[in-house]
Design a protein around this ligand. Structure first.
Ligand SMILES: Cc1cc2nc3c(=O)[nH]c(=O)nc-3n(C[C@H](O)[C@H](O)[C@H](O)COP(=O)(O)OP(=O)(O)OC[C@H]3O[C@@H](n4cnc5c(N)ncnc54)[C@H](O)[C@@H]3O)c2cc1C
Length: 361
């Protein structure tokens, strides 16, 4: 096992923040994790699991031992009457997995095309886009408890998926063990390393449409017999839409949407609408209302503004960006100062506390 020292992370996080991992071990197999956990000097030290770095803000050099996930592999694991079961290693690129499933005739993940990052991180915040969330296609995952070295498997209920949320985003209370997963209060943040994820892709596939951008694409290139578009067409459209709409981290550093869309009660929403009739809101199945965080931020005048080298994107108020590029990159401190200033002004005007999506390290 090679323990690398002082490893630069600027190109391992999509903000392009300059920071080092004081110690880093590359994890390409379960044996690599076993070696770390058997090492007397490493087994008890705090650890941070790093995938593609597309949902983190580094606020300094990373002192916990960084476990850089590089576990490969994607295959048809099995099939049932209703679904193809696809298994992928945690280190695989998410987008390449989506493309691979389509090339091999297993549709279902196409709406999640072009989301940066790794397969292993996809359950952590239950990634979602264009009407599909990971939990809609998820079967189970394998993970290793970094404190005990024990392997375990979790199904969707045990992952406690929510909107950009799962058991992996919450800290455990002291004393709980991996075997108690499934208890809703249980948290696995910084404790579990996901090694493999299995997806159930339904054989009676139906396209998930209904988003204005997708409808626009359908109108521009109608299917000849008036039928449904194919999964590959939806994949291509979503790649095109995302390329034109979202800032590319290779060009301007960012971590995608920085804040979650907040949910409020019907009464709260009615109260806000009285004061702000134009507020963008969507009713949810449970009777609550989701508000567009980007609209709230824009209404507070943040679009295009900066603090130091941290900026709010000119077109997407929800995306915070690195305005200093690679030469004078933004710091994690600047990003979080800007984030806090935005939270304060949204709270003062609307009484709503925005929650940030990326993990602050
Ligand atoms: C331009 C852009 C667009 C984006 N669009 C979307 C979108 O549409 N929808 C969406 O949901 N997200 C989106 N994101 C956010 C991001 O792509 C996802 O959250 C992605 O799943 C993060 O993967 P990663 O490998 O980069 O994780 P990292 O950033 O490396 O890690 C994120 C968290 O997951 C943990 N983690 C990573 N791998 C593992 C593992 N194997 N086991 C346990 N814990 C692990 C880390 O410790 C950390 O807490 C976007 C980001 C960018 C930059």
């Amino acid at each position: 096992m090679l323990v690398e020292k002082n490893v630069p992370l600027q190109f391992s996080n999509t903000f392009g923040i300059v920071a080092k991992a004081l110690s880093l071990v590359r994890i390409a197999s379960e044996a690599d994790i076993a070696a770390v956990l058997a090492d007397p000097a490493l087994k008890s030290v705090p650890k941070f699991v790093l995938g593609g770095g597309s949902n983190i803000v580094l606020t300094g050099d990373v002192k916990p031992l960084v476990l850089k996930i590089e576990i490969p592999g994607k295959r048809l694991h099995s099939e049932t009457a209703k679904a193809w079961i696809i298994e992928a290693g945690a280190g695989e690129s998410w987008h390449e997995l989506v493309a691979w499933t389509l090339q091999n005739g297993y549709p279902g993940l196409e709406n999640l095309a072009l989301i940066p990052g790794t397969v292993g991180a996809s359950p952590v915040q239950n990634i979602g886009a264009y009407g599909v969330e990971l939990q809609d296609r998820f079967l189970e995952l394998d993970a290793i408890d970094l404190t005990t070295g024990q392997s375990f498997t979790l199904n969707a209920a045990q992952c406690a998926f929510g909107y950009r949320d799962s058991v992996f985003k919450h800290k455990s209370s002291a004393g709980e063990a991996a075997s108690t997963a499934g208890n809703p209060g249980f948290g696995l943040a910084d404790k579990a390393l996901i090694t493999k994820v299995r997806f159930a892709l339904p054989k009676n596939w139906k396209p998930v449409l209904g988003y204005a951008d997708i409808e626009k694409k359908m109108a521009q290139s109608p299917v000849p017999d008036g039928g449904d578009p194919t999964a590959q067409q939806i994949f291509d459209w979503i790649c095109e839409i995302r390329r034109t709409k979202l800032p590319d981290p290779q060009v301007i550093g960012n971590a995608g949407s920085f804040f979650k869309n907040p949910t409020v009660s019907n009464e709260q929403c009615a109260d806000i609408i009285q004061r702000e009739p134009k507020i963008v809101h969507y009713p949810l199945a449970d009777g609550s209302i989701k508000l567009a965080a980007g609209w709230l931020i824009d209404a507070c005048g943040w679009k295009g503004k900066s603090i130091g080298n941290a900026g709010v994107h000119e077109r997407h108020a929800l995306v915070l960006v690195n305005r200093g590029g690679r030469e004078h990159p933004v710091t994690g401190g600047e990003v979080m100062t800007l984030a806090k200033a935005i939270q304060t002004s949204v709270y003062e005007r609307f009484g709503i506390l925005l929650e940030h999506e990326p993990v602050v390290v």
